[in-house]
Design a protein around this ligand. Structure first.
Ligand code: NAD
Length: 435
């Protein structure tokens, strides 16, 4: 019953039960998910029995925002490598099932992205359920909701470190930072690392070069690339690709103003750009060497895959495969080399990862992701994944997931599996009663 409620109905239920904060924590010894309150057992059972998105997540901590009916939750998947890290999403959900699933799925995804990137970080994600009775863009609402979220971060004692994600802006990050040290992606003027979109584009270029190398197709010079989306990542990507002397770029976006802007910027280059409707996926079907999805997720599916002519797909968009196993296999069978997105689009999180350690020019902790020497660089990891996939007749996504899951179980060389201990301490101190 609780599962089918929308987050607003669920908040009412919580208020009736006089619950302001609650948690679900995984008890390894008994392999059970324990709720903070008996009234929430149904949700704990759902999480524990879910085969799709639950993967022994260490814990999830929730609160109701102080002045607004907004549910805020921090999902901690795995902390062997270090504090769980990942952004905070502000999104609308139809049911508590959708809300919980999104948090679990996204947190697990961050564990994989961080581990494959060789970061000493675990994986987590926060999700806030937008309440449609409010104007989401109301500055007063945003200030309160994100300030409260910062307090939630402090209260969970650093088992999770937050960052920017869909629905959250850098101004919102400043509100979080006013309440907690457990955040990254803060504004540049407060010591943050700034907009990660250009670094993300550089990571995509590295992935493309690795895929070309794998297929013995040489370098980017002279290649034709089709780019879906012309936004924050795609625009610098187009610039970097021209610097690599690609022959031609074909690009599409649904935003006519943006298309004109990017066209003007590269007026002296061989860029063919067009405005498309939201349901027009024709850019993916161009006769070219590489397709780079840089717009939205789930664009690779049974409707689009049979029409793809490129040899390589490598882009920044998150979750490009509608169904990872099914569509990964379909691409393999049609002879398209797919570079998993969570491998190439890591530079956003890498950009934030070392904010606490200060800045130097050409920081090796940043540049090594883009070189060819470091074993966890995008180039070397992509080559390893593509080679393993070929040898074992598996899809690159399956191989990347396996590799990431192995890496994610390595304990942090300094702190060990400290996040688990933090979570245990929260349970012991009755965290749910303190807020
Ligand atoms: P963005 O919003 O700036 O750009 C996305 C663009 O795609 C927009 O201009 C939008 O109009 C366009 N678009 C939407 N639907 C489209 C469609 N059907 N066809 C063509 N164009 C369409 O976002 P961004 O920051 O450039 O990120 C792009 C993708 O990369 C997203 O999926 C994002 O989650 C992912 N990503 C971004 C970063 C980063 O550093 N910005 C890091 C990791 C992953």
């Amino acid at each position: 019953m609780l599962l089918k409620m929308n987050p607003q109905e669920f908040l009412q239920f919580l208020k009736n039960e006089k619950i302001n904060r609650f948690y679900f924590v995984y008890e390894k010894e008994t392999k059970t998910v324990k709720p903070s309150h008996p009234a929430l057992q149904e949700l704990a059972d759902f999480i524990q029995n879910d085969k799709r998105d639950f993967m022994e997540h260490e814990g999830a901590f929730f609160q109701i925002s102080s002045a607004y009916d907004v549910l805020q939750g921090a999902f901690v998947h795995r902390t062997n490598r270090g504090q769980a890290a990942g952004g905070v999403r502000f999104w609308q959900y139809d049911s508590m099932e959708d809300y919980l699933r999104d948090g679990l799925r996204l947190a697990k995804g961050m564990t994989r992205k961080n581990a494959l990137a060789g970061l000493w970080w675990g994986g987590g994600k926060a999700v806030m359920a937008h309440n449609p009775k409010y104007d989401k863009m109301d500055p007063q609402l945003r200030e309160t909701v994100y300030t409260d979220f910062g307090k939630l971060m402090t209260s969970i004692r650093g088992c999770y470190v937050t960052a920017e994600d869909v629905g959250t802006s850098v101004e919102d990050m400043a509100h979080i930072f006013s309440q907690t040290r457990f955040t990254t992606c803060i504004p540049e003027q407060l010591g943050g690392s700034g907009n990660p979109s250009a670094p993300t584009a550089l990571g995509v270029v590295s992935g493309m070069e690795a895929a070309l190398n794998f297929l013995k197709m040489g370098t980017l010079k002279g290649k034709i690339v089709a780019v879906q989306g012309m936004g924050h990542v795609a625009e610098p990507l187009i610039g970097f690709l021209f610097e690599k002397n690609v022959k031609k770029i074909i690009a599409a976006d649904i935003d006519a103003r943006l298309v004109e802007q990017v066209k003007n910027k590269f007026a002296d280059r061989n860029l063919e750009a067009r405005t498309v409707n939201t349901d027009d996926a024709s850019i993916l079907f161009e006769a070219c060497d590489i397709v780079a999805p840089c717009a939205t997720g789930a664009v690779l599916n049974p409707q689009t895959i049979p029409n793809i002519k490129a040899k390589i797909i490598c882009g920044a968009a998150n979750n490009q495969l509608e169904n990872a196993q099914r569509d990964g296999k379909a691409l393999m069978e049609t002879g398209v080399t797919f570079v998993p997105d969570f491998l190439t689009n890591r530079m956003g999180i890498v950009n934030c990862a070392d904010e606490q350690s200060g800045y130097i020019d050409n920081d090796p902790f940043f540049t090594r992701h883009l070189d060819r020497e470091w074993e966890h660089s995008i180039f070397r990891t992509t080559l390893k994944v593509l080679n393993d996939a070929q040898q074992n007749n598996q899809s690159p996504v399956d191989v990347a997931v396996r590799l990431a899951d192995e890496l994610s179980l390595q304990d942090n060389p300094i702190y060990g599996h400290r996040g688990e201990k933090i979570i245990r301490s929260l349970v012991q101190m009755n965290w749910q009663d303190l807020g």
